[in-house]
Design a protein around this ligand. Structure first.
Ligand code: NDP
Ligand code: GDR
Length: 375
């Protein structure tokens, strides 16, 4: 039997990198679309990249962009994928308030461009399509926990764009009989998470503080509640969704939620710092501070304030609480998440601690290393 061929948009991102690994292990030929950038942007996939002059190469990259119809059409025609995973997006909710039009172009119309290119090329009966939908669709939640039938109320330009993408995927399934699915994924993280999403900002920031590389971490709404899973568990489910007889949409979540504040405390504990929070009402007063009560690390003394609220990180409209009900995925696909939020947090902290220690060592030997902190 010939190899299955997959095309992944967003292959340089967190999920794209894990999905590419997963599909290569399954014996797929994997193609990815990467954007041209002025510096290398393939750090997450460099370990699986092989020079195409070597023998038996089954991983290929193509320059492209979700805003470029002719480019997408040409890549699809060349690659002739059995499965397309549309993971590419301007995926930062806060940034979408600053760049709403671009976010709509990439996240909403980009999805349409791909679907329409598949149809235009006459591949709608051959190519299966996965759309990276999101729990942000629920926004101002109408029901707890949220499941496939819970009504949407998006709260950001990102979520509104993703709502278009969700419905155009359903529409191409209903109109043209395409095998097209939405995975409504709740937040998922990993050591490869982008540095400005809240979990990574916390694990990286606290690890840097523990090694004396930064003094304080500035946060937005730390009372926000999220259902956090591990990206590795979630990409497995993306693949499973395309292996069914009939295309369908699924919520992917753990069914447990904790606050950003709890995630900060958990990360600090993993580093050996016990925190006391003082102040309340972050949205109105921005007074909350997290103080080190006990610290067994070089960069922190007892009494140091290591987390403060900066209203700069508040969003014009916030999604206060998200909690998913993954029963349908469990019943129909047999999917259950294997990694807990505690295990994931520990893995992320240890990964960032190693990096912070490497930085600190270089610094102590007189090398001028800077740490990006804008988040
Ligand atoms: P990342 O932000 O880590 O990755 C996004 C990817 O999209 C990157 O490869 C990025 O390229 C690429 N990209 C951005 N703009 C364009 C464009 N104009 N054309 C082509 N590619 C582009 O996101 P994640 O891996 O975390 O998420 C994957 C998908 O899942 C996204 O669509 C996201 O919205 C969605 N999602 C994520 C969840 C999560 O918790 N992680 C939950 C629910 C949905 P570059 O590296 O060059 O920036
Ligand atoms: P989210 O993730 O918006 O849920 O979108 P993010 O990690 O950015 O925020 C989660 C919650 O933390 C609060 N928060 C902060 N967030 C950031 N980034 N920085 C801060 O300093 C900060 N302080 C508090 C936020 O207000 C929010 O409530 C992610 C993305 O991956 C989307 O692409 C995806 O669709 C959803 O998850 C599901």
């Amino acid at each position: 039997m010939s190899k299955k061929v997959a095309l992944i948009t967003g292959i340089t991102g967190q999920d794209g990198s894990y999905l590419a690994e997963f599909l290569l292990e399954k014996g797929y030929e994997v193609h990815g679309i990467k954007r041209r950038a002025s510096s290398f942007n393939t750090e997450r996939i460099d370990h699986i990249y092989r020079d195409r002059h070597e023998d038996n190469v089954n991983f290929f990259m193509h320059y492209g962009d979700l805003t470029d119809t002719s480019n997408l059409t040409r890549i699809l025609r060349e690659v002739q994928p059995d499965e397309v995973y549309n993971l590419g997006a301007q995926s930062h909710v806060a940034v979408s308030f600053e760049a709403p039009e671009y976010t709509a172009d990439v996240d909403a119309i980009g999805t349409l461009r791909l679907l329409e290119a598949i149809r235009f090329l006459g591949m709608e009966k051959k190519t299966r399509f996965y759309q990276a939908s999101t729990s942000e669709l629920y926004g101002l939640v109408q029901e707890i926990p949220q499941k496939e039938t819970t009504p949407f109320h998006p709260r950001s330009p990102y979520a509104v764009a993703k709502m278009y993408a969700y419905w155009i995927t359903v529409n191409y399934r209903e109109s043209y009989g395409m095998y097209a699915c939405n995975g409504i994924l709740f937040n998922h993280e990993s050591p490869r998470r982008g540095e400005t999403f809240v979990t990574r900002k916390i694990t990286r920031g606290l690890a840097n503080i523990s090694q004396g590389l930064e003094k304080c971490l500035y946060m937005g709404n730390i009372d926000s509640l999220r259902d956090w899973g591990h990206a590795k568990d979630y990409v497995r489910m993306q693949w499973m969704m395309l292996q069914q007889e009939q295309a369908d949409d699924f919520v992917i979540a753990t069914g447990k939620q904790i606050s950003v504040r709890e995630f900060i405390a958990m990360s600090a504990q993993e580093l050996g710092i016990t925190l006391r929070f003082e102040g309340e009402g972050v949205n109105e007063f921005a007074t909350v501070e997290a103080i080190a009560d006990q610290a067994a690390v070089p960069g922190v003394k007892v009494g140091d304030v290591i987390v403060r609220i900066d209203p700069k990180y508040f969003r014009p409209a916030e999604v206060e609480t998200l909690l998913g009900d993954p029963s349908k995925a469990k019943e129909k696909l047999g999917w259950v998440p294997e990694i807990t939020v505690e295990e994931m947090c520990a893995e992320m902290v240890q990964n960032d601690l190693l990096k912070a220690k490497q930085h600190a060592l270089l610094k102590s030997h007189g090398y001028d290393v800077s740490v990006s902190v804008e988040g």
